[in-house]
Write a protein that binds this ligand. Structure first.
Ligand SMILES: C[S@@+](CC[C@H](N)C(=O)[O-])C[C@H]1O[C@@H](n2cnc3c(N)ncnc32)[C@H](O)[C@@H]1O
Length: 289
């Protein structure tokens, strides 16, 4: 039987505005999963996306051979099986990313931030919601362009993390559809990618050692880092979280950043009005002073 405690505490009337789309027999299970997902990932679906979430859950349900959402919930409640949470996280998150996304902020990184990094120590850069590695490899390419390959391999360590295991596997494979490379210049494409089948390109193997990929849920605590970072990229993920979680994450990132280090969000995820220890340098760019 479904334990409805979570459902009863947090029942949102808006979830039932679309009753026609969600069968009565699955509504409790849907609400349970909706709240479970929010608690586990921090991701919240606004009312106009509930039917979309339901459809994604139904697809997962079929793939995993559960009879209906009720059976999925029972499995979640009664089995200590890490694969279902991982599948749920994958199914509900938006993994849209592409190479050289938001060129203005990348230009700022290249011109204003790289020169502030201390040459005496290896640079630790974290791409904190890395999707399938587009951001991490973009930064690696920029580092090779700035430093040359040999120095970049010695000087730079880029860690890409994401909540989704399949994203991490794809990042490690480094093979991308050409659509992900539409903002990549022809010369960069030629130099750093090789054709890999129809409309696919793979990142050149010699740049891969700059990047390491690991699975990490930003909502989990503590984060398993021994050393602080010089720069953290946390782009296009904060806006999925509520304000409290956004602040909790950026403040924890502050603690995981070296003095003088940087946080880069996307330009639309502005923390300007939020009370934070980060000093806002320009839109989407923050510094630990
Ligand atoms: C829209 S992509 C952004 C990718 C990249 N940062 C960019 O700007 O192109 C958002 C990523 O955040 C990941 N994500 C969502 N919730 C997360 C969480 N709680 N912890 C870690 N990653 C999460 C998703 O799996 C997805 O790959």
């Amino acid at each position: 039987m479904i334990n409805t405690n979570v459902v009863e505490q947090n029942l949102s009337p808006s979830l039932f505005n679309q009753q026609g789309d969600i069968p009565q027999s699955e509504q409790d299970a849907f609400v349970y999963l909706y709240h479970w997902i929010g608690n586990y990932t921090g991701l919240h679906f606004p009312p106009n996306k509930h039917v979309n979430l339901y459809r994604r859950l139904i697809c997962l349900n079929q793939r995993l051979n559960f009879r209906d959402l009720n059976e999925m919930v029972l499995h979640l409640q009664n089995h200590d099986d890490p694969s279902l949470p991982a599948e749920l996280a994958r199914v509900i998150s938006t993994n849209h990313s592409f190479f050289f996304r938001e060129t203005a902020i990348l230009g700022y990184f290249r011109k204003k931030i790289i020169p502030t990094l201390p040459v005496s120590s290896p640079w630790r850069i974290w791409s904190a919601a890395a999707a399938s590695g587009e951001e991490a490899y973009t930064l690696a390419i920029m580092m090779v362009e700035e430093l040359g390959l040999t120095q970049a391999l010695n000087q730079v360590a880029i860690l890409g993390t994401d909540i989704s295991y399949p994203m991490i596997t794809q990042a490690e494979d480094g093979v991308y559809h050409k659509q992900k490379l539409e903002s990549t210049s022809p010369s960069t494409l030629m130099h750093y990618f090789k054709p890999a089948g129809t409309d696919q390109y793979s990142i050149v193997p010699w740049i891969k050692p700059i990047c390491t990929f690991r699975r990490l849920n930003l909502k989990s605590s503590p984060w398993p880092f021994q050393n602080q970072f010089h720069v953290i990229f946390c782009r296009n993920v904060l806006y999925y979280f509520d304000h409290t979680l956004q602040m909790e994450i950026v403040e924890r990132m502050y603690d995981h950043t070296l003095p003088g280090g940087w946080l880069i969000t996307s330009v639309t995820e502005n923390l300007k009005k939020a009370p934070t220890r980060w000093q806002n340098v320009t839109t989407g760019v923050y510094r630990k002073i």
